[in-house]
Design a protein around this ligand. Structure first.
Ligand SMILES: [Zn+2]
Ligand SMILES: [Zn+2]
Length: 351
């Protein structure tokens, strides 16, 4: 089969590799029908994730059709359409028993396209298939469900639920890339009074308006702290979400939050950030961090089926599987291409 193979920082190719096979009796082999690229894949390609080694098939998001299952798999069978989550769950370890699947110590967690071969391929092996996949309901498109492999639950769990967004509140989201937009979209499930999007790119702020932002601030031109204070009677945001992953944006969030408010960090950080305790100690703030656990995936799936969550606007570009190198170029140059999520489909249409 063909797959996107990592060959060290800056090097990848769409090339022939051996077909995956069942290795454990809880495995499934899934034919990939629709797949996407994550910002995390770009971090890997920069060399930021040293656990990913030469020869690894990239990708941790897919929708596909089960081809074969091990003897121990009970919930899916050949022919089933499934969502393959970015998080695999052994379902037995201490953390899985608490619903903290992202922290799985029984062989799961974020392993696809990281510690084992991933989804950017014609076929993949899915470990713990019963507890790491979700059946796709009839009548829902592959590309819509694909948005729940990672960005949907990440924005909702690590942003909205960790940040405890409540009705009427002001939510400030720093970073209007796919994850920040996912926060804005799913925050609306809790009816905030205001959603303030903050970013350096006007194109992303335009996208933010389509995802529910009521106010946008370009912090390259405007003082984001002053503007947020103006919008909140001088108090600050009830909750500030960090969706970039650099020190400056985390530090900005701690300045935007009101006394008694929450800062929810979603960004993947590669450098230390300053925690200004000399200012924060008296402010009663709560700061949360986390990797997605994907415990909310089935809830979000029901919202899509019910027509109450529209993930369609995430998808800006569509390709056939064989066009992976072009898709990477478009996604990596989001500033010029306006790419949010690119979808690659087996039949080239991703419907
Ligand atoms: Zn991802
Ligand atoms: Zn586990």
């Amino acid at each position: 089969m063909k797959a996107v193979v990592y060959h060290g920082p800056g090097a990848k190719s769409w090339e022939s590799v051996p077909d995956p096979t069942i290795e454990d009796d809880t495995d499934a082999i899934v034919r990939v029908d629709a797949v996407t690229i994550c910002g995390t894949d770009l971090h890997i390609l920069k060399g930021d994730v040293p656990a990913v080694t030469d020869g690894r098939v990239l990708g941790h998001e897919a929708v596909g059709t089960v081809e074969a299952v091990g003897a121990g798999v009970k919930n899916v069978e050949p022919g089933s359409r499934v969502l393959v989550s970015c998080i695999s769950a052994c379902a037995r370890c201490r953390f899985c028993r608490q619903g903290r699947y992202g922290a799985c110590v029984g062989g799961g967690g974020w392993i696809l396209g990281h510690l084992i071969d991933g989804t950017q391929a014609e076929y993949l092996r899915v470990p713990f298939a019963d507890t790491s996949t979700y059946p796709v309901p009839e009548g829902v498109s592959d590309e819509a469900i694909l948005m729940l492999a990672d960005i949907g639950p990440t924005g909702y769990e690590v942003g909205v639920l960790n940040g405890r967004v409540s009705p009427g509140e002001t939510v400030a989201v720093v970073g209007a890339g796919p994850i920040g937009l996912s926060v804005m979209l799913t925050a609306q499930l809790y009816s905030p009074g205001r959603i303030i999007a903050i970013d350096l790119a006007d194109a992303r702020l335009e996208a933010a308006k389509r995802f529910g932002a009521t106010d946008v601030i370009n912090n390259g031109r405007e003082d984001a702290v002053a503007r947020v204070m103006e919008l909140t009677d001088g108090l600050g945001a009830d909750v500030a979400m960090e969706a970039v992953g650099v020190p400056a944006t985390f530090e900005l969030c701690t300045k935007l939050v009101r006394t008694g408010g929450r800062v929810a960090n979603l960004g993947v950080h590669g450098a230390p950030a300053t925690l200004a305790l000399e200012e924060l100690w008296i402010k009663d703030v709560t700061i949360t961090t986390g990797l997605v656990d994907a415990y909310s995936t089935a809830d979000l799936l029901r919202l899509i089926v019910a027509g109450r969550l529209d993930v369609g606007p995430f998808i800006t570009h569509r390709f056939a599987l064989g066009q992976f190198m072009d898709a990477y170029d478009v996604f990596a140059n989001a500033g010029e291409t306006g790419a949010l999520k690119v979808v690659l489909a087996r039949d080239g249409s991703s419907g």
